[in-house]
Design a protein around this ligand. Structure first.
Ligand code: HEC
Length: 208
């Protein structure tokens, strides 16, 4: 199964003025990118396809599947922890990782706010394990995984990410450079995150 992104994806602007707190999960910084990559895709829950009538393309739409403060009673959370054909994303798409599920749970239990923060990204943190892989998992692998490699591209392992780092397409697409498809569609990464990836590539794109 190959998933193509929505043709008219909604943009997300990181507009928060508060400094990022490690105890808080922010909608615009982390939740929306995760839902955008894992759910808000063509054939699934984007504004055009809205499979089963479910559209997860914006905060207001996502909010309809959430009982603020109560993850256990929220459809958005419950489908992530189900098994078999009830689980979302639908098999054979990869399940959210335990860490991603915990983020969704925490965001809901913290009131499911449309919040954002700035400063939560450190441009001296440029290893694959600490910076690049978590960014890929939040922003990209929902569309670029082994079961559904968007555009034939799988970004779920170091070797694969390195291939696109080496041929320039990784940086070209995330910096929305001319001549590349802008990635991720609908949810551009923060400049600081793009800098982390650029520095990792410049330092040799190591498996560090
Ligand atoms: C909503 C689904 C979706 C998300 C999220 C997404 N991609 Fe893509 N990506 C695609 C599809 C589909 C294609 C092939 C069609 C195209 O190029 O637009 C593609 C193409 C690409 C290409 C080839 C572009 C080119 O011009 O050569 C690269 C590189 C890429 N993606 C990297 C990424 C990275 C890195 C991320 C995360 C930062 C990401 N994508 C997030 C669906 C997605």
């Amino acid at each position: 199964m190959v998933i193509t992104p929505s043709p008219t994806p909604p943009g997300t602007v990181i507009s928060g003025s508060s400094t990022c707190s490690t105890d808080t999960v922010y909608f615009q910084n982390e939740l929306f990118p995760l839902i955008n990559s894992g759910c808000n895709t063509s054939g699934c829950h984007d504004a055009v396809s809205h499979a089963d009538g479910v559209d997860l393309s914006s905060y207001d739409k996502i909010k309809a599947y959430v009982s603020a403060g109560n993850a256990a009673n929220s459809k958005l959370y419950k489908v992530l922890v189900k098994s078999g054909s009830e689980r979302m994303p639908l098999p054979p798409l990869p399940a959210f990782t335990a860490d991603q599920i915990a983020k969704v749970q925490k965001w809901i239990n913290q009131g499911a706010k449309n919040n954002a923060c700035s400063g939560g990204c450190d441009t001296t943190k440029i290893t694959y394990a600490a910076a690049v892989q978590p960014l890929m998992q939040t922003y990209c692998t929902g569309c670029h995984n082994t079961a559904s490699p968007g555009g034939g591209i799988d970004l779920s392992s170091y070797a694969q990410v390195k291939t696109y780092a080496a041929n320039g397409r990784l940086l070209g697409s995330i910096s929305y450079a001319t001549g590349y498809s802008p990635m991720p569609k609908g949810s551009k990464m923060q400049d600081c995150q793009i800098t982390q990836i650029r520095k990792w590539i410049e330092a040799g794109a190591l498996n560090n």
